[in-house]
Design a protein around this ligand. Sequence first.
Ligand SMILES: N[C@@H](CCC(=O)N[C@@H](CS)C(=O)NCC(=O)O)C(=O)O
Length: 226
Amino acid sequence: MAGKDDLKLLGVLLSPFAVRVSMALSLKGVSYEYVEEDLSNKSELLLKSNPVHKKVPVLIHNGKPISESLIIVQYVDEQFVDHSILPADPYERSIARFWAAYFDDKVFPEFYGMVKAKTVDEREKKMTETFAAIGQLEEAFAKFYEGKAFFGGDSIGYLDIVLGSCLFWFEGVRRVYEVEIISSTKTPLLAAWAQRFGETEVAKKEMPDADKVVQYLHNLHGTATK
Ligand SMILES: N[C@@H](CCC(=O)N[C@@H](CS)C(=O)NCC(=O)O)C(=O)O
């Protein structure tokens, strides 16, 4: 990396969206300053950098802010050429983008709805919807990626980062609710992928501890930490 790059990442520890950006920068071997935001008291820098959504992550590159994790990861890939994150082939790239958007539009909202659910009935409904949504991803893996170690091929790429950034949340939810979002029985291809993903250097370095999610869930629902 040229010495001229000044990179600042605004994030919060438990944001899988911010973790995506850390993972992308880590894959590229790019150094950056991480700034932990307080979402109950957002900084002027965050409000000024992402005035539309006022959300993390924001990557500020040489003073210029970029928002929305999927867009930031693509930006990082285009800006820093070492270790491509998106596939080179335009069709494969479109497939990776399709499933990344699918994850954010369909899987994550159901999953987060389950996390936030206030009643058992609501949680079970959201759980069923999460399973249905993740089932489509299992089918996508079989159709487009079977035989590959990662969505990115031999090494992790765009879709790996998008899905992989949520694995610590899935683990936290497993510990608290005893529900496996990705399991060897229902989604065997994704379960094997998740195992491989967890063993990568990037995951070991950038994935927050699932204990933090456990703590968050207990605080959210006012229950004692086990
Ligand atoms: N689509 C956004 C989602 C980002 C997002 O939801 N960020 C949350 C933290 S995980 C946030 O900043 N929430 C603050 C708020 O909603 O006010 C992305 O991919 O970057």
